[in-house]
Write a protein that binds this ligand. Structure first.
Ligand SMILES: Cc1cc2nc3c(=O)[nH]c(=O)nc-3n(C[C@H](O)[C@H](O)[C@H](O)COP(=O)(O)OP(=O)(O)OC[C@H]3O[C@@H](n4cnc5c(N)ncnc54)[C@H](O)[C@@H]3O)c2cc1C
Length: 329
């Protein structure tokens, strides 16, 4: 591990002042950053400890919920308002990591956790994300976990967060404070595709501090988070689906779909949503929508199964949500 200094920020303004220094990084729960420092993948010269800041979950005027960036993942998933109004979010968080990690991990850190691509973690391998311009050993390497949508020749890594996939489906907004003041960024625009610069993972600028994630008023329909992984727990997603569906008289009135484990960012399935809205709530329609979403998918040597898997899980999830709604009415 490289030498670094440590400062504890007493409030967000102090955090911003310290975070503006060259080589500084914010420290949330440390469950990703400290690992990366130990592996000598990240080399901050200063850690700005922001634990204890922005730790409230509050109602918003329009009936939504504002979750402070410092709230622990466990606390979000356990919050009664989240469980009742945004069960999709609670399910996604509980599908991730382990109880001990969720007890430490923060909302801000979860959004900014880095890829689990093995070549990114292996400093003997070529990785454009870790060492821009060095190449990508994943493209022709062992790439079973890697991206099928939105990848580039420079990078085929995926974003590992479960929580962020649910937030993408829920139209969440990330609040950020930085040099140029406060700004709100829709979660779907917060992470970026790799292109030629995979070292850039979000629209954040140096020193920016995430202060909150805001959820709009809750959907009135059923929702669910489905995660497919190699082990039943404590494993990252091969693929995941965050879905919400409202069917009235056999017609789709509202649908939200986002995919995890398929791209460099949480993947909002806009093509599938557009194909479904106002159409029949039938298996054939669900299949056509899933196919439309995955039409641009490109497989690497080891991950072609993810294309079929994503479609099947989307279709099955929509059918299950339809059945749940039929049973209720
Ligand atoms: C063994 C293991 C298994 C895991 N499995 C899963 C899984 O299945 N699903 C899943 O989703 N996740 C999983 N995780 C990842 C885990 O969710 C993340 O490590 C955690 O969410 C990161 O949060 P943190 O607060 O500890 O972030 P930190 O490690 O403290 O920080 C991560 C990054 O965010 C930055 N940062 C933190 N807070 C802010 C802020 N407010 N503003 C600006 N920058 C900030 C830091 O500078 C750093 O760059 C796993 C982790 C481990 C170790």
């Amino acid at each position: 591990m490289n030498p670094f200094t440590y400062e504890r920020a007493s409030d967000p303004q102090a955090a911003l002042r310290l975070g503006a220094r060259s080589g500084a990084k914010y420290l949330g729960g440390g469950t990703n950053l400290v690992d990366l420092m130990r592996e000598t993948i990240e080399h901050p010269v200063m850690l700005v400890d922001i634990t204890g800041l922005s730790c409230a979950i509050e109602e918003t005027d329009d009936g939504g919920l504002r979750i402070g960036a410092g709230v622990k993942n466990t606390a979000v998933a356990a919050d009664r308002r989240v469980r009742e109004r945004y069960p999709l979010l609670a399910e996604a968080i509980l599908a991730g990591a382990s109880a001990q990690i969720r007890n430490m991990a923060t909302v801000g850190g979860n959004l900014l956790q880095r890829t689990r691509c093995g070549y990114f973690y292996d400093d003997a391998a070529r990785c454009n994300k870790r060492a821009p311009g060095s190449g990508c050993d994943a493209v022709d390497g062992f790439n079973r976990m890697h991206a099928i949508l939105g990848a580039s020749a420079a990078c085929v890594a995926t974003h590992p967060s479960d929580m962020a996939v649910a937030l993408a489906a829920l139209d969440a907004v990330v609040t950020v404070e930085g040099r140029n003041g406060l700004r709100d960024i829709p979660l779907v625009d917060f992470h970026v595709l790799p292109g030629d610069t995979p070292q850039t993972e979000t629209v954040l600028e140096a020193g920016d501090l995430i202060t909150a994630v805001t959820l709009p008023p809750a959907l009135t329909c059923r929702s669910v988070y489905r995660k497919v992984r190699d082990r039943a727990s404590y494993a990252f997603a091969l693929i995941s689906v965050a879905a919400a569906l409202d069917v009235q008289d056999g017609v789709v009135k509202e649908v939200r779909l986002a995919l995890g484990g398929v791209a460099h960012k949480p993947w909002r399935a806009r093509a599938a949503e557009a194909a479904l809205m106002g159409g029949p709530a039938s298996e054939a329609a669900y299949r056509a929508a899933a196919q439309a979403e995955l039409a641009p998918a490109r497989a690497l040597r080891d991950n072609a199964f993810k294309i079929e898997l994503s479609q099947r899980v989307m279709i099955d999830t929509l059918l299950k949500l339809t059945a749940l709604q039929e049973n209720r009415s």
